[in-house]
Design a binder for this molecule. Structure first.
Ligand code: CTP
Length: 400
């Protein structure tokens, strides 16, 4: 079988060096990668590096090998075009269809999925001109990855960093796996909660649970690869931030509720994959609770936490918002699932049977997705990503 053909566009930003690592990940995993840098990208990483790592000649302009019509052919033959880093200038050119070098020509002739990984200073990313260009590109079906937050060139920090090459690679893999299918969540905002809440007893102790966050992170990653703007409310997951996802870290159920309600205000869909503690300690000891010789420990009094899923289901922030819950059950899985779906008032409930092979922290999952419309979608034992894809299929169908 032919190797999938990937065009790696590199525009002129300091993060160009990270694209070398992305290139290696792509070639080592069996992709045929053609690197198309811009003239300014070569100020950061030279043509020899791109050529040696990709095994292909490298050109920035349309006047080399003219007999092969590279400005048309490279784009036409590609299975995926990924631009990393994409500068503000590159986004503007792509949004307006300019074609003054090989990369911009390639973007116009490509009919395959396009992934753009912007990297720039926060001010440039937040400028209305860039915002509008990004919105235009997303509307047309390009997957524009949200930049990461962190150290930028020089001493300043903020939003605008190129996500880690591994994360961009994962995104490329997912987009390629979907083939030429249009990103069906493009233009949508989805909110996913993940992980497990911790309810503090004192400065060093908490009541928690075993949720690893992996299912929620898989949901966030797959939604981003399908073009959605994703807000991931992450409760103590300790996993790397997925590329293209806005991560809001929280600790307790009360913080999770606040973050979910805020993000849900303009969301098309909310998926509550987090394991939320139903109860929290009634009091928080400001100092560490000490044991006292000869005395029994004080009992811990618990109070109810708000039921976030029931609340957002009852008070939809926008008409047509799709709300999805998760439930782990040990017995009478489907019957209990149906009852819970009605009680919570959500549109879909992913019911997991908790037991052997289906434990917290594993890479796999098996579930049935129950719909408020009476539908039942079984998802066989497999990677958490596969379950995530099924959830988004069902959500996308409901969003229309
Ligand atoms: N959930 C929530 N807020 C809570 C508890 C749970 O939003 N305080 C959400 C979870 O994110 C999950 C769903 O509700 O999507 C199912 O949670 P589960 O704990 O199974 O539901 P409970 O109502 O607590 O049912 P049970 O009696 O089985 O514990």
């Amino acid at each position: 079988m032919d190797k999938p053909k990937v065009v790696l566009g590199v525009s002129g930003g300091i993060a160009a060096y990270k694209a070398c690592e992305l290139l290696r990940r792509l070639t080592e995993s069996g992709h045929d990668v053609r690197v198309v840098p811009t003239e300014s990208a070569l100020h950061f990483v030279g043509a020899a590096t791109w050529s040696a790592l990709s095994g292909h000649p490298v050109s920035t302009e349309v006047w080399s090998d003219v007999h092969e019509v590279p400005h048309v052919r490279i784009g036409q033959e590609a299975d995926l075009v990924v631009v990393a880093p994409a500068t503000a200038d590159m986004l503007a050119k792509a949004a307006h269809g300019l074609a003054d070098d090989l990369l911009t020509n390639t973007l116009l002739t490509a009919r395959c999925p396009v992934v753009l990984a912007p990297a720039m200073h926060t001010e440039m990313w937040e400028h209305p001109a860039t915002r509008e260009n990004v919105a235009t590109l997303r509307r047309r079906g390009a997957v524009v990855i949200e930049p990461a937050v962190g150290r930028l060139t020089g001493v300043d920090t903020g939003k605008g960093r190129l996500p880690e090459p591994d994360e961009i690679f994962e995104m490329c893999r997912r987009v390629l796996a979907r083939g030429a299918v249009a990103p069906d969540l493009a233009g949508r905002h989805v909110v996913v909660s993940a992980g497990g809440t911790r309810e503090p007893l004192d400065p060093v102790r908490f009541l928690g649970n075993r949720s690893s966050g992996k299912q929620g992170y898989a949901l966030a990653r797959t939604a981003a690869a399908r073009g959605a703007r994703v807000t991931l409310i992450a409760a103590n997951a300790g996993l790397p931030d997925p590329a293209g996802v806005d991560v809001v870290p929280v600790e307790t159920a009360v913080q999770l509720r606040e973050a979910v309600l805020k993000a849900a205000a303009d969301a098309d869909a909310v998926v509550m994959a987090a394991a939320v503690a139903d109860f929290r300690p009634a009091t928080y000891a400001a100092g560490k609770i000490k044991k006292k010789d000869g005395e029994d420990p004080e009992p811990i009094t618990l109070v109810r936490n708000p039921d976030i899923l029931a609340e957002i289901s009852a008070e939809r922030a926008r008409p047509g918002q799709v709300v999805v819950g998760f439930a782990a059950e040990t017995d009478d899985v489907l019957a209990n699932g149906r009852t819970k779906l009605r009680r919570k008032g959500c549109d879909l409930l992913v019911v997991n049977e908790v037991g052997e092979r289906k434990t917290f922290g594993s890479e796999e999952n098996e579930a049935v997705v129950l719909g408020a419309d009476g539908s039942e979608t079984p998802v066989p034992y497999g990677p958490k990503e596969a379950l995530a894809e099924t959830v988004w299929d069902l959500v996308a169908r409901r969003l229309g």
